[in-house]
Write a protein of this length. Structure first.
Length: 229
């Protein structure tokens, strides 16, 4: 069985109080798992795009693949991959800060492989991720507006894709029922017995793709998902 949570081998610094956070991190993961369990167990996914073709693309890849989606749909994505083959389940990229560690074990328990970069390291996070992509050619999931969600493509994501020669696969989901949290910056939370429809678009070459092309691909796919739903 492959190890689901792995940490970057980059040198890093630890703080004296890091070990004291372990009980809090454990409790946070337990609370997250308790909330997500009834959703995970009752959600059903319908494919609006060709599932078999996506699986083939992942399995026959010769370069790293980055699955792109807007950050607002993060929890929809968690449930949408519920019955996806485990050998090509997209890898989640996290960091070793509290906000990420607080949910990592929950994601691993549901079958998602995680790779964790070091924040307090002389090696930048972008360099650590690029080295991972170039050495292992994995399928990873990234939210280009992480830190928002604001629908803006972060330059670092494009720089990472170019440096690693990655293929970019835009994705979107439509769920019903769904809870919308926030006003200007919205998050979509699936509810028990949600029905999620999964869409993905034409892959983009990360070596040449621009921010406008990525944004347009994601917006068009999201609009299609809403209209179809």
């Amino acid at each position: 069985m492959r190890q689901l949570i792995r940490f970057s081998s980059a040198p890093h610094q630890t703080r004296w109080f890091d070990s004291l956070l372990t009980p809090v991190i454990t409790l946070s993961n337990l609370m997250m798992a308790a909330w997500l369990y009834p959703v995970w167990g009752t959600t059903r996914t319908r494919w609006g795009s060709d599932k078999a073709e996506l699986i083939r693309l992942f399995r026959e890849r010769t370069r790293p693949i980055i699955c792109l989606a807007w950050h607002a749909s993060e929890l929809l994505a968690v449930c949408a991959f519920r019955r996806f083959p485990r050998d090509v389940m997209p890898m989640v990229i996290g960091h070793d800060g509290f906000s990420s560690l607080a949910v990592q074990q929950t994601a691993a328990n549901y079958g998602y492989p995680l790779w964790v970069y070091r924040r307090r390291s002389p090696v930048t996070a972008k360099t650590q991720i690029i080295e991972l992509l170039k050495s292992e050619r994995p399928v990873v999931g990234l939210y280009p507006d992480a830190g928002g969600p604001d629908g803006q493509i972060r330059p670092g994501m494009l720089e990472t894709a170019r440096a690693a020669g990655a293929l970019l696969v835009p994705m979107a989901w439509h769920a019903r029922p769904v809870l919308v949290v926030g006003w200007r910056r919205r998050f979509y939370l699936p509810l028990p017995y949600s029905r999620i429809t999964f869409y993905y678009g034409r892959p983009l070459d990360g070596a040449t793709a621009t921010a406008d092309e990525c944004r347009q691909a994601l917006d068009n796919l999201q609009q299609h998902a809403r209209e179809a739903g």
